[in-house]
Design a protein around this ligand. Structure first.
Ligand code: GRF
Length: 210
């Protein structure tokens, strides 16, 4: 499976995928490129350290979003990906890309969708909202990306307990360590081994022996 990873920040989810490939927990898979909208994203440094091609294309460098979308799509297409992984990517995916790569774009979101998701729910804001609501369980979700925000078919979810003294930062770290960094590699491995399909708008995972 040829994978392109889209990033905007620290790249800890990218790192989890790189490590899983190198340790054989993801098989039949190669990351052919990492693309960021932020030239300072540490995720690009992580890619470089592992000999993975990295590029930066920022909406700020274009007169219009349409021009950015065109250049961005050409960059992704140039790597001919089988799968596009959004790992902390904070730019809206061009609608043309959603169409062209239908059910071949996945995203990791730091909540149990449909809770605490949609526009405005990213990074710490997700955990601040969870603590404000007083939920006892949070978690992460890997889902296919469609035209909406965090609305595509859910592939995997993992629950994480909220502890009494949690701050947003402490909760975010627990969700990343116990859920995100496990789920994203698992989802990519399932897809790489042909075990995920979408039927009637729902993602279905077939058992080991097909
Ligand atoms: C994390 O909060 C993750 O849940 C979300 O984006 C943030 C960036 O994580 N998807 P990363 O360290 O850049 O992977």
């Amino acid at each position: 499976l040829e994978v392109v990873v889209l990033v905007s920040g620290g790249g800890t989810n990218l790192q989890a995928v790189i490590d899983a490939i190198e340790e054989g927990r993801i098989t039949n898979t190669r990351i052919t490129g990492v693309l960021s909208n932020n030239k300072n994203a540490f995720a690009l440094e992580r890619a470089k350290r592992h000999g993975i091609a990295g590029r930066c294309i920022s909406p700020k460098d274009f007169a219009s979003r349409e021009e950015f979308n065109k250049e961005f799509m050409e960059a992704v297409d140039s790597w001919k990906p089988d799968l596009i992984v959004l790992a902390g990517f904070l730019v809206v995916i061009p609608p043309a890309m959603i169409e062209k790569y239908r059910n071949r774009i996945i995203n990791i979101h730091p909540s149990l969708i449909p809770s605490f998701c949609g526009t405005g729910f990213y990074g710490l804001k997700v955990h601040e909202a969870a603590l404000a609501r007083g939920v006892k369980v949070v978690g992460a979700t890997v889902h296919f990306v469609d035209e909406g925000t965090d609305t595509g078919p859910i592939i995997l979810q993992k629950a994480v307990e909220v502890k009494a003294e949690d701050t947003p930062e402490v909760l975010q770290k627990r969700v990343m360590e116990q859920a995100e960094w496990k789920l994203l590699p698992q989802a990519i491995n399932l897809i790489a081994n042909g075990r995920v399909s979408v039927r009637d708008g729902l993602a279905v995972i077939s058992c080991e022996n097909g």
